[in-house]
Ligand binder design. Structure first.
Ligand code: ADP
Ligand code: MG
Length: 317
């Protein structure tokens, strides 16, 4: 006898929590709340694991070990971290150094946690910039070792780590058979599959000028959407707003752009490119992104003007 029964309808399960110092919203499609929660737990474990690998605050991370040994010796690292650094250096070359993980030595002079009391002097900025330079990172593929050749040099994954974590959490859940979901790391998100009641996730992009207004709702399938904006972390000196994205060549925070949204196949790339566009500026940034196949972007400049690559169709509301 053939027994058939209807499967319970798939539903969305969601959790919001703080990981990597940021808000994460994890959404999965699942049959019931037990499996939905199990999947979300898996994603949380994966993101925590990555945080331990790439955090430059955690003294026990391999990243901290590389930084501690700057000017001293190469450090052998896990294949995963080696790969991430290697790809970050490739993005640095792609963006002529606008994106540069060695920006991190400037963490000592620019702090965006409210602790800065004065603007750094020109001398301090110049001394700090002299320690920046992705071309100087020595990679040894055979030994999986990474060497920062000068004392005081430092790498940091603030501009790529959340995107990487979103990609890895997505990949893990897909491998466990989760049919759809969104991993959203404070605006750096990757999506897969589709919601139970439709054929595409709709990603709302808020207008940074009028924060409560959604200005675009983009239908997204199998793609990453990442937004970088300076409206959350910045410092003010003499009425000038300094954003947390720093131009590695000048040592001063990037100006002229309020927010950048990048769509790409992977969140890691989108995250790094969004950071780069801030540094490159609207015109150069748009031009550069236009040349990359499968990558789109939307830029809002500090006059409130919106610039986007030709394939973007904004459903402005
Ligand atoms: P958010 O998504 O929080 O706006 P971004 O992805 O734009 O952040 O990255 C900003 C972070 O990247 C900074 O807080 C800092 O940690 C790091 N960063 C700043 N300037 C650069 C740079 N030129 N290249 C790479 N990383 C940078
Ligand atoms: Mg970024």
């Amino acid at each position: 006898m053939l027994i058939s029964w209807a499967l319970p309808a798939q539903q969305l399960y969601q959790r919001t929590l703080k990981l990597m110092g940021s808000r994460f919203d994890i959404t999965v499609v699942a049959q019931d709340s037990v499996s939905g929660n199990e999947y979300i737990d898996l994603a949380v474990d994966e993101i925590s694991r990555i945080e331990k690998l790439i955090s430059s605050w955690d003294p026990d991370s391999e990243t901290s070990e590389i930084n501690r040994n700057a000017g001293i010796r190469p450090v052998n690292v896990d294949e995963e971290l080696y790969g991430l650094i290697d790809r970050a250096l490739a993005i640095a070359r792609l963006t002529d150094g606008a994106f540069d993980i060695t920006y991190a030595s400037m963490d000592r002079i620019w702090k965006f946690d409210g602790s800065m009391t004065r603007k750094p002097s020109e001398e301090e900025v110049a001394a700090s910039v002299s320690l920046v330079g992705y071309e100087r990172v020595v990679m040894n593929a055979e030994e999986h070792s990474v060497y920062l050749p000068e004392k005081g040099m430092k790498i940091g994954f603030g501009g790529i780590g959340k995107g990487y974590a979103a990609d890895k959490a997505k990949a893990l859940l897909m491998s466990r058979g989760v049919s759809g979901g969104i991993v959203n790391a404070s605006g750096d998100m990757n999506t897969w599959g589709n919601p139970p009641d439709g054929d595409a996730w709709k990603i709302a992009i808020t207008n940074p000028v009028r924060k409560n207004n959604i200005f675009a709702a983009l239908p997204v399938t199998e793609r990453a959407v990442v937004t970088s904006g300076d409206y959350e972390r910045f410092v003010m000196f003499d009425g000038i707003r300094y954003s947390h994205i720093i131009n590695p060549k000048t040592g001063y925070p990037a100006t002229g752009i309020i927010s950048v949204t990048v769509l790409a196949p992977r969140a890691e790339l989108a995250d790094a490119l969004a950071t780069s566009v801030f540094v490159m500026g609207a015109e150069v940034g748009l031009d550069r992104i236009e040349q990359l196949p499968g990558v789109e972007c939307i830029i809002v400049d500090d006059r409130g003007e919106v610039h986007s690559t030709t394939n973007i169709k904004l459903e402005t509301q």
